[in-house]
Write a protein that binds this ligand. Sequence first.
Ligand SMILES: NC(=O)c1ccc[n+]([C@@H]2O[C@H](COP(=O)([O-])OP(=O)(O)OC[C@H]3O[C@@H](n4cnc5c(N)ncnc54)[C@H](OP(=O)(O)O)[C@@H]3O)[C@@H](O)[C@H]2O)c1
Length: 271
Amino acid sequence: MHLSVNEKKRLQERYGDWAIVTGATSGIGLELAMQLASAGFNLIINARGLERLLALENSLRAQYSIDVVTVAADLADSTGADEIIQAANGKQVGLLVAAAGYGTSGMFVHSSVHEEVNMLRVNCEAVLLLAHYFGQRFGNAGRGGIILLSSIVAFQGVPYATHYAATKAYIQSLAEGMAAEFKGSGVDVLAACPGPVRSGFGRRANMQMDMALTPSQVGVPILRALGRQQVVLPGLLSKLLTYALRTVPRSMKVKVMQRIMGGMTKHQRAL
Ligand SMILES: NC(=O)c1ccc[n+]([C@@H]2O[C@H](COP(=O)([O-])OP(=O)(O)OC[C@H]3O[C@@H](n4cnc5c(N)ncnc54)[C@H](OP(=O)(O)O)[C@@H]3O)[C@@H](O)[C@H]2O)c1
């Protein structure tokens, strides 16, 4: 999928001319970085792996003639978000895309608590620090956009991905609250809630991603929704699942998600 010329112009005018993309070297973050580059944004790109960042930097510079700054930093480290903030100094940044994140799966109490804390830092703490800093900066400027990567798992407990779903519930709530506070201020906040997407995510989370969309099927709908909606469910499956469960009591939704996630993680138990 591609952005139309008018859509690129709209994004540039409202959120140019620099965008920050965390998790830019794979999956959804990579797709969003490429689409933004095609719209003429200069980019600050972040991930941990320097080699992939530099390869991406080179290809973006060559293909789109944009300026790119690479920040190789682990967002689980206390200094990670700060390195991105430093890189943004003196630049006209108008858009933050917080895509870095990962999942864990299996019985919650059987997981490594250190790994869960690490995920909490990447999925929540780093997003909090970046959204707070750039939210303030955009608010003072009276313009800007913030895209936070939530998920369809954010709307109820999800057994066998219990803590991952809890981190996404945090992100969903943060985005919704910020969007309402900023309404009418020129700053747009979007919670993007994809269903399964084929990326590096499934391998790291140890989840089987059947019926998954490709990153290119979710990237453009997310960017189109920025400034028009506060929550986007990109792709048919995420809409179907979320709307089908809309009137179902929350406790039942947990059971449905237990079945689905049980299948995805091979932790099916008798319900
Ligand atoms: N894929 C799905 O089914 C799905 C569905 C709903 C929501 N999401 C959310 O969408 C976001 C992107 O997921 P994805 O599917 O694109 O995953 P992905 O393909 O695994 O990409 C993750 C990106 O984040 C970076 N990253 C991972 N850990 C990091 C850390 N500690 N510090 C800095 N960067 C880090 C990775 O690069 P390095 O490894 O080099 O650091 C990579 O660039 C996540 O927040 C995820 O929760 C995904």
